[in-house]
Design a protein around this ligand. Structure first.
Ligand code: ADP
Ligand code: MG
Length: 451
């Protein structure tokens, strides 16, 4: 559809045309009419689909330039994303003179931001921690806020920003428009939406509710461990849960895999609560690509975007099988389920045979030498948490500020009562560790170690 079917000013339409936006992307087509109407919207669309302009055109359209008050606030998970959003907004804002868009992110001089705020801004783009700091210091006033945007809300939740977001919201008027954008939809996002939005209209441009796309393979083998490694080399999964039927087997298999440089951790009933937590955090934040688990130990693990499930041992029946493999292929992503069995188990696999499941001989899988599976991130543990008033923004600030890391090298941040976990890009973890250990977080020294 053309932008011109929307009630937008002539100048705005000319600008859009001049920057090459000839027609709306699907998300803009669906979301913009609602946004312009003033409705709360929760929208899901993949990266690169034009979400920024979807809300950008909306907030710029209702902006009153003559009113020197903050009218819109866009919260983003990282400084890089905030920069990108501000850049796109400024491009669209060219249609009108004197629109002031200000970036407020951690890791930047607070004093300079204070100075900029004194000159007033119409639109703030920032990260939750720093925005909250300005609100607490009363250098930012949101009493005239009309539209709040949560961009990449799923990533903000992943990074542990929920409390900061809630605190920021306490400074905003109840009567406002709230727009929420997220690449994924799950219970957590829906809950946030319920909490922060009013009668939100939900928009999805891809049918992610479609049936799980899981391809199921059954391999007959006389050496399960060797076949397992061949499966990894063939499908190159990014994260896998391997199911065994006993906890001893889980431990042994994880040890054997580690010996051949495939990074695996076992989770089983013998672990202390804190050890279990360490393992789950590492798996969820991509500091460990493979989790070896028993059915009992895997209960309650909710990992989004699991690329593969392996039944190292045949499950006890179809119900367990369905439960195990249902963990992959979520959110419209393709998943692979692999089941290994020995010739002696041929009778047992009969019940699994249907025209969807692919039965293959494991000797068709090639052996690869020097194959390794290393994680994308490594986890740093900081001996401080909620009880020490540590927030995700403080950790992010210390890492991107004094330690000089980019927001994009930092993964998931999990804050517990007395401990916090930060996923750091693997090749930068030593450096980050050294700097955090030497430097201060929120003005204090905390013990930091690599998990
Ligand atoms: P998202 O936030 O959904 O990942 P962006 O908002 O960053 O995506 O947009 C991705 C790219 O598409 C940007 O380079 C943007 O300038 C461009 N874009 C957005 N809307 C349009 C449009 N209607 N026509 C052409 N290009 C567009
Ligand atoms: Mg975006």
């Amino acid at each position: 559809m053309k932008f011109s079917k929307l009630p937008l000013s002539k100048e705005m339409l000319t600008t859009l045309d001049s920057i090459g936006y000839k027609s709306m992307t699907p998300i803009q087509d669906e979301a913009l009419p609602l946004i312009i109407e003033g409705k709360d919207v929760i929208a899901q669309a993949k990266t690169g689909s034009g979400k920024t302009a979807a809300f950008g055109i909306g907030i710029l359209n209702r902006l009153d330039v003559k009113k020197f008050r903050v009218q819109s606030l866009v919260l983003c998970p990282t400084r890089e994303l905030a920069d990108q959003v501000a850049k796109e907004l400024r491009r669209i804002a060219r249609f009108k003179h004197n629109i002031k868009i200000l970036i407020l992110c951690g890791g930047e001089s607070f004093g300079r931001q204070l100075g900029s705020l004194e000159h007033h801004a119409h639109i703030i783009v920032g990260t939750p921690g720093r925005v909250l700091k300005h609100l607490n210091k009363e250098s930012l006033d949101l009493s005239n806020l009309e539209t709040l945007v949560l961009d990449e809300a799923d990533r903000m939740l992943d990074m542990g920003f929920i409390e900061e977001i809630q605190s920021v919201l306490a400074f905003a008027p109840k009567k406002r428009q709230t727009l929420l954008f997220s690449a994924t939809y799950d219970d957590e996002i829906m809950q946030i939406s319920k909490q922060l939005q009013r009668d939100a209209v939900s928009i999805k441009t891809e049918s992610i509710e479609a049936e799980n796309k899981i391809t199921e393979y059954f391999y007959e083998t006389d050496n399960k461990q060797e076949t397992l490694i061949k499966v990894f080399t063939k499908y190159k999964p990014s994260n896998v849960i391997v199911f065994t039927n006993t906890k001893i087997e889980a431990k042994e298999l994880a040890d054997e895999l580690q010996k051949v440089k495939i990074d695996a951790i076992a989770i089983h009933g013998d672990l202390e609560q804190y050890e279990r937590n360490d393992v789950l955090v590492q798996f969820a934040n991509r500091s460990c690509p493979i989790l070896v688990a028993t059915d009992v130990a895997a209960r309650g693990i909710d990992i989004k975007e699991l690329s593969m499930v392996v039944n190292f041992d045949l499950p006890h029946g179809l119900e367990t099988y369905t439960h195990r493999i249902g963990r992959t292929g979520r959110a419209g992503l393709e998943g692979i389920a692999i089941t290994l069995y020995e010739i002696s188990e041929e009778d047992k696999v009969d019940e699994y045979k249907n025209d969807k499941r692919i039965f293959a001989k494991s000797d068709l899988l090639k052996a690869v030498t020097n194959f390794e599976m290393k994680p994308e991130f490594v986890t740093l543990v900081v001996e401080g948490g909620k009880k020490d008033k540590l927030r995700a923004g403080d950790l992010l600030g210390a890492l991107t500020g004094d330690a000089g890391l980019k927001g994009s090298s930092i993964g998931k941040i999990d804050i517990y009562d007395r401990q916090s976990y930060v996923a750091i890009q693997r090749d930068l973890v030593e450096e980050a560790h050294k700097k955090l250990n030497k430097g201060k977080i929120k003005g204090k020294n905390f013990a930091v170690w690599i998990l």
